[in-house]
Design a protein around this ligand. Structure first.
Ligand SMILES: *Cc1c(COP(=O)(O)O)cnc(C)c1O
Length: 427
């Protein structure tokens, strides 16, 4: 039996998948009552990204330049069979992990960062900007910018900038300029700093600064999750996984993963789900999980809301707990987002994708157990998928039917050990 299922580099998929044409109904369009948000997006987004956002093509050819960088940063990623965890759970399930943690920045985020940054260079942008909280997205954009030889300005939430220096060093190793936000580079940032020189910052403030700085100085702004184009770029993971599961001779009964804005889960699940939506018959179970402390999926409302706290961007119809929601300082930074991607929200509202939320305490205990059993340390975000595996295994044991689970293993936790320590190793 094989533990590791590799896809040879010359068999890397050459197309991204777009779920829009296969959705059970039309996606509710973005809403922009003043028209100002669309104007702003036209100015600051790479033009090709804006075009692809509304594309109805099912498959989009991946430009050679991006494929080339995918191969450079560790794609195709392997699928690993978690055999020891299977044994621990009583051999009632087969567990296949799609290891997005094997990319150079340690998570799935590089998959879309490369595309956004490449398209920015096609517009002859002077530089790219983005925001980052815990730093995973910022480090992916920093690497993508290094590989496409364009300057990156990363606005990092001030508290993280000082409390979590390692992601910052990583971005600096890639040549990015990292600014604590609020910064003195925008009017908004300067105003906040004049009121409080130690302003802690927030993702919303960092987004506003990144957008404004791009708008005012000839840069392009890079969006990290939630929107259709970003999910499409990340489907390279799911496209690979379809080939790998075929190589393994397995068809998953369950496809699971965690949701921050939703792109990680959607990227793995959509190519599989699209196949079933076209057939009109859905056999597999699709389960996405999130943080109980930020329960947009299980306690949120499906309605139009702003994707950003600063309310600069068009409103989207999605499950949300409100763009003003201030998440508790949970350590799975990537799960703190207040809403769920519009396509994933639509699928949840139809009962096609099921949602479950787990507490940080429970997820982190699973992370430690998983580390001991499998020998691999998951990202705090990724650990929130582990309780689903346990629940499926228990059900399978009861029914006596062995089930196959495919998991999006979104990242490793080697830069997040301090986060685990704060919860698990309190003295
Ligand atoms: C950002 C992040 C997530 C959440 O990703 P979304 O695409 O926003 O849902 C999950 N896991 C890891 C390791 C992350 O860095």
């Amino acid at each position: 039996m094989k533990i590791r299922i590799d896809l040879p580099q010359d068999e890397i998929p050459t197309e991204w998948y777009n779920i829009l044409p296969d959705l059970p109904e039309e996606l509710p369009p973005p809403m922009d009552p003043t028209g100002k948000a669309f104007e702003l997006l036209k100015k600051v987004l790479p033009s090709k990204v804006l075009e692809l956002e509304f594309s109805k093509e099912r498959y989009i050819k991946i430009p050679e330049e991006i494929l080339d960088r995918y191969l450079q940063v560790g794609r195709p990623t392997p699928i690993i069979r978690a055999k020891k965890l299977e044994e621990y759970l009583g051999n009632s399930v087969k567990i296949f992990l799609k290891m997005e943690s094997y990319t150079y920045t340690g998570s799935h985020k590089i998959n879309s960062a490369l595309a956004h940054v490449y398209y920015a260079t096609l517009d002859n942008a002077k530089f790219v900007t983005t925001e980052t909280g815990a730093g995973q997205w910022g480090s992916a954009v920093a690497l993508a910018s290094a590989l496409f030889k364009i300057k990156a300005h990363i606005f990092m939430v001030r508290t993280s900038y000082f409390a979590k220096p390692y992601r910052k060093y990583m971005m600096q190793m890639y040549g990015a300029e990292v600014h604590p936000s609020p910064s003195d580079l925008t009017d908004f940032g300067r105003e906040l700093l004049s009121r409080d020189p130690n302003h802690p910052g927030s993702l919303g403030i960092a987004i506003s600064e990144a957008v404004k700085y791009a708008e005012e100085h000839g840069g392009k702004y890079v969006v990290g999750s939630v929107v259709n184009s970003d999910i499409m770029f990340k489907t390279i993971a799911g496209m690979e996984a379809m080939k790998q599961m075929e190589i393994a001779g397995e068809d998953p009964d369950y496809i699971i993963g965690v949701v921050g804005g939703g792109s990680n889960y959607a990227a793995l699940a959509y190519p599989f789900l699209g196949e079933e939506l076209r057939k009109g018959k859905i056999r597999r179970k699709y389960i996405a999980s999130g943080s109980l402390e930020v329960p947009k999926m299980t306690k949120g409302v499906y309605k139009y809301d702003y994707p950003d706290t600063a309310k600069l961007l068009p409103m989207l119809k999605m499950y949300t707990i409100g763009s003003d929601f201030v998440p508790p300082p949970v350590y799975a930074g990537g799960l703190r987002y207040h809403a769920v991607a519009p396509t994933l929200s639509l699928l949840m509202s139809k009962g096609i994708v099921e949602a479950r939320d787990y507490s940080q305490e429970e997820s982190f205990k699973w992370a430690r157990l998983f580390s001991e059993i499998e020998g691999y340390i998951p990202a705090p975000e990724t650990s929130h998928a582990l309780p689903i595996i346990k629940e499926i295994a228990d059900e399978a044991k009861k029914s006596g039917e062995k089930k196959t689970i495919l998991v999006s293993f979104s990242g490793h936790g080697l830069l997040d050990l301090g986060n685990y320590a704060s919860v698990l190793f309190k003295e």
